[in-house]
Design a protein around this ligand. Structure first.
Ligand SMILES: Cc1cc2nc3c(=O)[nH]c(=O)nc-3n(C[C@H](O)[C@H](O)[C@H](O)COP(=O)(O)O)c2cc1C
Length: 155
């Protein structure tokens, strides 16, 4: 059944963001397509972290995370495929609440305090309460992940 889910979800367009945090002084970042908003009151957002890869651990063991809205394919690829320790090399960032890294190339970002985490199946739902959010640029071209590629929107 997992292959059925994969093959159908592959053809379902999803937004992509880079989630960052600081985990015992290590900068952590990963590209995800499971990000969504969850509640407006209180202001909650979530994403799912793959426990088979240990992607949940930095987010369970830190106080919060940043959602970086990125329209640059190279950055999205780097935060999915580069060795974890090299991902911040040459990447500009500034510090937000609790010193968490905010990628300077984001067109917008949200900072979230950890609210709750749930282990479900082989993933963990990481839920955060938004404490701050900003646009960094007016001109941006969001990308959509579809059929294992990033696509620009056209109308
Ligand atoms: C488009 C795309 C979406 C992804 N979405 C998720 C996700 O929602 N949750 C997750 O844990 N990993 C997701 N990944 C994989 C992580 O980015 C990757 O496992 C993480 O950066 C750690 O890298 P590693 O697996 O090489 O250790 C996604 C990868 C890509 C390319």
């Amino acid at each position: 059944m997992s292959e059925t889910i994969r093959s159908i979800m592959r053809l379902f367009p999803l937004g992509v963001v880079v989630i960052t945090t600081k985990w015992s002084d290590n900068l952590v970042g990963m590209t995800v397509n499971t990000f969504n908003s969850l509640s407006l009151n209180p202001p909650l957002i979530l994403f799912a972290a793959d426990r088979t890869k240990g992607n949940d651990i930095p987010f369970k063991e830190s106080n919060g995370f940043v959602v970086n809205f990125i329209d640059n394919e190279k950055i999205l690829d780097a935060f999915a495929f580069k060795p974890v320790k090299e991902r911040f090399n040459g990447v500009k960032f500034f510090e937000g609440f609790e010193g968490l890294p905010i990628l300077a190339d984001s067109y917008a970002y949200m900072e979230a305090k950890k609210y709750v985490t749930y282990d479900i199946g082989d993933h963990t739902l990481i839920v955060g309460e938004v404490v701050n959010g900003k646009f960094l640029r007016d001109n941006f071209e969001p990308l959509v992940y579809y059929n294992r590629n990033y696509w620009k929107l056209r109308r």
